[in-house]
Ligand binder design. Sequence first.
Ligand code: ATP
Length: 272
Amino acid sequence: MPFLSLNRVCSHLFSLSYPLCALMVSRRFSWRCRAERVSAGYSQLEVRKVSYRPPGTEQNLLNQTSLSLQEKSFGLIFGRSGSGKTTLLQLLAGLSEPTSGSICIQKYDDSGNPIGLSEVLAPQRVGIVFQFPERYFLSDTILEEVTFGWPRQKADIPLREQLTLKLQNAINSVGLSAISLDKDPQSLSGGFKRRLALAIQLVQTPDLLLLDEPLAGLDWKARADVVNLLKDLKKDHTILVVSHDLRELYPLVDRSWRMEMGGVLKEEPLPV
Ligand SMILES: Nc1ncnc2c1ncn2[C@@H]1O[C@H](COP(=O)(O)OP(=O)(O)OP(=O)(O)O)[C@@H](O)[C@H]1O
């Protein structure tokens, strides 16, 4: 199969002509820019006194955990193995329910005053990349992997337009646009597999991106590559990472917390 450009892919995927795809994408970009210019204030992820005890067990894995993370900033949770870091990410992603406490998004005006009530963080607004995400790739091509579960021929024009834009944004933002989308995901290098794992989440346009040990198992070159990518993604996304690789991620970090054994979270500068 020849190299598939993004425009070609869009038309192939949704049965549209290339000029129509290009028009849809450029129109959407101009709407987006206009919408961004008028926005004011900011929103913040707020975890409020969350405790978690798995059903049928006697012990809390998380105890009165609280944190807040402003949009478009980078938070890092570190701490000993088994302290509860991944458990917290799972709660944020909606994979388990807190036993008590709340996880929400609060909006603020430019002076830092809360606007209205906080909203519960819906699972569909969160993207999570697990440790070693490449182990969960299912498809034969990058395109199928990123668009897994999408409607094919039957989608109406507005939906096709929306999906085309999402695909283009996700592929561009992780730097995969120079790679043929018909490539087998398993043939990619370690660093590019991580890029693909991020694109799979970004295509859903999440408000919050959660990453569990994003540098684990990569060689030094791929690690540097992923750190640079995260630095770029931070400009447009709110990112919360669990990692032991403190030195490499240090330059990106806006806020950090230590998870102590027993699931107690404390805000603390990185010990590097
Ligand atoms: N469903 C469950 N039921 C009971 N115990 C659990 C459950 N899930 C996790 N645990 C335990 O909770 C503790 C915290 O696990 P978690 O994976 O969150 O730790 P972690 O800090 O992410 O560790 P690591 O850095 O090794 O990934 C561990 O002791 C784990 O065995």
